[in-house]
Design a protein around this ligand. Structure first.
Ligand code: NAD
Length: 508
């Protein structure tokens, strides 16, 4: 386990940090991190106490006073150096992501690459925090808008992207002049410590104050301290819809800002005019990749009746070739589920499909022949179902693909949009009318809509997020940076008169 040592992971790690320093002592309450590969224990991490949390917030408030006055391109320079440091640690951190979360090593590396990409993007963005200039209706007046940092950005993230989601938020928020308090998932605490150790080198080298990139560790309770805390003007929360509703309520009650990135129930429509081989390959990556534990995983496949059987047979053929096992092995495509609860949820969902009148036509069983004691290995499942089954309406965070049949495109789009979530979507067709209908106002209602590209595996350049119960937040590229800033409209009078807007006369 050389990579653990290289990332500074020890037997017991301090889980609270103000940037370069870690706070607390080893006598505190701890969370034990177990690898989903075989259930064995990796290391412990201390849980942030309320006292430490308040120290972190106070330190972050102090750091903000300084960081907000650093010119944005200079903040970009720090993020550039973090990107370089991440390049040096790409293999080790990718391996840790695989080891602690269970996704295959290629995807672990991909996650770190996403961190590097967003650093590069943020560096460029740091010179482009543009505001508009408006024409004033009054003579010799100038109007413009500018963007100012918000303060402390609270980042709460999920287990399935234990490092990338943090950097989508933190790197953009940092160039905007904010300071960060990050709470990762209690299921992947070591990823947080490792990232903190990597950024600490850059902070130290540049003599930056404590309090810019902060880490707290723990479960829901620590998350609730953040959502209730008026000192945190923005909470960016990634996780389940249940969690998002609670966060929205708590932060909303104090009129704070939120960015919510919640669950999806993503579908691909496969038309009779599709390149079926491309559709099949994209579907398999989307449905079994990360063992079905991506927010953008393909959960529903809405297939035209003329090609339904052909595609179904082809999918089963490809599923049969998918290697399931240790995610650190190079030829593995599907690793384990995160924990026993996830396996139970999958089994429960498959029973419910059958109870509702559907049919599980492939897989679903738990695998104990992988010789990896206590790892949660399952064979990805395919089920023929109907869109209105209760279980199909839900996101089960496991590799289950529901096959739904359609006969005309309006029906397919209606099924496609007929769920509460609205994250990622796709159509496979070579017919331009079908493609453009899907992308039109009467087409997909999701935040992401693709043509001949599957639902998962987004690039960082676009704004990422979804509609309806997915929460409405946008992160990463495009103009997502605006959510981390406050907009200010400025009017400057350089005349020697005091004219009022709308021509109002007010003689005093
Ligand atoms: P989860 O909701 O169980 O936990 C997510 C985070 O929220 C954790 O850090 C947890 O400690 C914290 N939390 C839980 N309840 C809280 C509360 N009341 N207040 C404050 N914090 C609280 O989610 P999970 O199981 O870790 O992740 C899987 C879910 O995340 C799936 O639904 C998936 O679709 C979603 N997800 C969405 C995106 C996206 O960008 N839309 C990305 C990744 C994951």
């Amino acid at each position: 386990m050389d990579f653990l040592k290289k990332l500074g992971i020890e037997g017991t790690n301090l889980g609270t940090s103000t940037g370069q320093q870690f706070l607390g002592d080893e006598g505190a309450e701890t969370i034990s991190s177990h690898t989903p590969i075989d259930g064995s224990q990796i290391a412990d991490t201390t849980v942030t106490t309320r006292e430490e949390y308040d120290k972190v917030v106070a330190q972050a408030q102090e750091a903000f006073k300084e960081w907000r006055m650093v010119p944005a391109p200079k903040r970009g320079e720090i993020v550039r150096q973090i990107g370089l440091e991440l390049r040096k640690h790409k293999e080790d951190l990718g391996r840790l992501v695989t080891y602690e979360m269970g996704k295959i090593y290629q995807e672990g590396l991909g996650e770190v690459q996403e961190m590097i990409d967003i650093c590069d993007f943020a560096v460029g963005q740091s010179r482009m925090l543009y505001g508009k200039t408006m024409q004033s209706e009054r003579p010799e007046h100038r109007m413009y808008e500018q963007w100012q940092p918000l303060g402390i950005t609270g980042i709460i993230s999920a287990f399935n992207f234990p490092v990338a989601v943090y950097s989508w938020n933190a790197m953009i928020a940092a160039i905007c002049g904010n300071v960060m308090i990050w709470k990762g998932s209690e299921k992947t605490p070591l990823c947080g410590i490792a990232v903190q150790n990597i950024t600490a080198k850059v902070l130290k080298r540049n003599d930056l104050p404590e309090g810019i990139f902060n880490l707290v560790t723990g479960g829901r309770e620590v998350g609730e301290w953040m959502t209730e805390d008026e000192r945190l003007p923005l909470i960016s929360a990634t996780g389940s819809i249940r969690m998002g509703k609670e966060v929205a309520k708590t932060v909303g009650a104090r009129l704070g800002k939120t960015i919510l990135e919640l669950g999806g129930n993503n579908a691909i429509i496969v038309s009779e005019n599709a390149d079926l081989e491309m559709a099949a390959r994209a579907t398999v990556f989307g449905s079994v990749g990360t063992c079905g534990q991506r927010c953008t995983s393909t959960r529903r496949l809405i297939v035209h009746e003329d090609v339904f059987d052909e595609l179904k047979d082809r999918l089963i053929e490809i599923y049969d070739d998918v290697n399931i096992g240790n995610p650190l092995d190079e030829d593995t495509l599907v690793g384990p589920l995160i924990d026993e609860q996830a396996t139970e949820n999958m089994q429960k969902a498959l029973k419910e499909v059958e109870k509702a009148g559907g049919e599980v036509i492939y897989g679903g069983e738990e695998l104990d022949d992988t010789k990896l004691k206590d790892g949660q290995y399952v064979r990805p499942a395919i089920a023929v179902a109907e869109n209105d089954f209760d279980i199909v309406q839900e996101e089960t965070f496991a590799p289950i693909l529901y096959l739904l049949k359609y006969s005309d495109l309006d029906e397919a789009i209606s099924k496609h949009n007929g769920v509460k979530q609205g994250l990622s979507s796709s159509i496979f067709t070579l017919n331009i009318r079908e493609a453009e209908t899907f992308l039109s106002a009467r087409g997909s209602d999701c935040g992401i809509a693709n043509v001949n590209v599957g639902t998962s595996g987004a690039e960082i350049g676009g704004a990422f997020g979804g509609e309806k119960e997915t929460g409405g937040g946008r992160e990463s590229g495009s103009d997502a940076w605006k959510a981390y800033m406050r907009r200010q409209t400025n009017t400057i009078n350089w005349s020697d008169e005091m004219p009022l807007a709308q021509g109002i006369e007010f003689d005093v």
